[in-house]
Write a protein that binds this ligand. Structure first.
Ligand code: GAF
Length: 387
């Protein structure tokens, strides 16, 4: 995020609220390299931060008033009272920042109000965690201003609670942790059971490769039913198998576990995805750590097949990106994020990027799909104060 963006957000704050903001903060969106729908199964994930960020200018208030404004949404300043915030009372964009204020206060933090102005460059509904970026940036700003002393992973937990309870979307912990804790030049290997983290160096350019993000422009939403159904199906699988979470099924016991599920075909497919996906995360970590970066390509592609055939959350546009990219010589490709639309990632040799991009654009045009938005992603920094 540029200094200009921070200055523009501060300037707009001054116009709206007639005073200097106490500070400006930024938090990124993410792509997930591997580890999809594993986070609510206590499993492994491996996201990295995008350069696209949600940016807020914020000042404290001591009169219980919360004022919110976004450059990205039509309409003026929304004014709420912090002591009247209530779960699921709002379905609009303001639910994310006000949900964070609610979660902080519920956890006993004395947040007595704020003036907030927001602008975000994270594409909304593209599976790139625009919501988590918005939650985390507000949480970090209030954490700093009110001196709450919470660490990144603790803020991520509070933001997840805001999204689960206040917004009403049953998401896991990956996106908020990615936005809060990622580091530039690294992917974050996160164990979502104990929240332990390992920063894995991920510098594709140094090895002559690139990672493309292809936003299919098919919008998705997590508060709609399909995400929750998958989550409930996984929880049913864990209960039938007598474990706390699918994370507890050992890779070499997968066949046995599938047998024990008998004719629960739907659950069997979900379990197979989650158990094999956890293993794929571990394979990718070990390949990256041993310098075999190109070899992660086929693992990413296997992940896509599993999400498409077993977890059943892909869509024709995502499949077309993957198939076209692979036919054009990509090292690997998969959908990323919650699914049902959103974005795919493509790992490719730098020399093949242009051909692959053109092939994907041509395939979308030929299929009559809306033109995709393609950009290159380099792991960027996590949430931070910028002024
Ligand atoms: C969405 C959710 F918000 C995450 O918690 C995660 O479950 C992801 O879908 C799928 O891996 O981004």
């Amino acid at each position: 995020m540029s200094v200009d963006t921070a200055a523009a957000v501060a300037e707009r704050f001054r116009e709206l609220y007639g005073a200097e903001p106490e500070g400006v903060w930024a938090a990124p969106g993410r792509v997930n390299l591997i580890g999809e729908h594993t986070d609510y199964n206590d499993g492994f994930v491996m996201p990295f931060a995008l350069p696209h960020t949600a940016v807020v200018a914020v000042s404290r208030r001591d009169d219980g008033v919360l004022r919110l404004h976004s450059s990205d949404v039509e309409g003026g300043v929304v004014e709420l009272r912090v002591d009247e915030l209530a779960p699921e009372s709002d379905r609009g964009w303001t639910a994310y920042p006000s949900g964070v204020v609610w979660a902080l206060r519920q956890a006993g933090h004395a947040v007595t109000g704020a003036d907030i102005h927001l602008a975000s460059t994270v594409p909304a509904g593209a599976g790139l965690s625009s919501s988590a970026a918005l939650e985390v940036v507000v949480a970090l700003a209030l954490n700093d201003l009110y001196e709450l002393g919470q660490k990144g992973w603790q803020l991520a937990r509070l933001c997840q609670r805001a999204e689960n309870v206040y917004v009403g979307a049953p998401v896991g912990i990956m996106d908020q942790t990615a936005s809060a804790c990622c580091q530039a030049g690294h992917a974050l290997f996160l164990d979502t059971r104990d929240l332990s983290q390992k920063q894995i160096p991920f510098d594709l350019a140094a090895e002559g490769m690139r990672l493309l993000v292809v936003d299919t422009q098919v919008k998705h939403s997590h508060s709609e039913g399909e995400y929750g159904k998958r989550r409930a199906g996984c929880e049913k699988g864990a209960a039938l198998l007598g474990v706390d979470a699918l994370r507890d099924i050992a890779y070499d016991d997968l066949d046995g576990a599938l047998e024990r599920l008998g004719d629960e075909e739907e659950v069997r497919r979900l379990v197979r995805h989650v158990v094999t996906e956890d293993q794929r995360v571990e394979r990718v970590v070990s390949l990256l750590e041993s310098g075999e970066t190109r070899a992660i390509g086929p693992v990413l592609t296997e992940g896509h097949a599993s999400l498409r055939d077993d977890f059943r959350i892909s869509c024709p546009e995502l499949d077309l990106v993957v198939d076209t990219a692979l036919a054009g010589g990509a090292l690997g490709a998969r959908m990323t994020g919650g699914g049902f639309g959103g974005s795919a990632i493509v790992l490719a040799e730098a020399a093949d990027v242009e051909t692959i991009t053109k092939a994907v654009e041509a395939a979308f045009a030929a299929a009559g799909f809306t033109a995709p938005r393609v950009f290159e992603a380099v792991p960027a920094a996590g949430a931070r104060r910028v002024s």
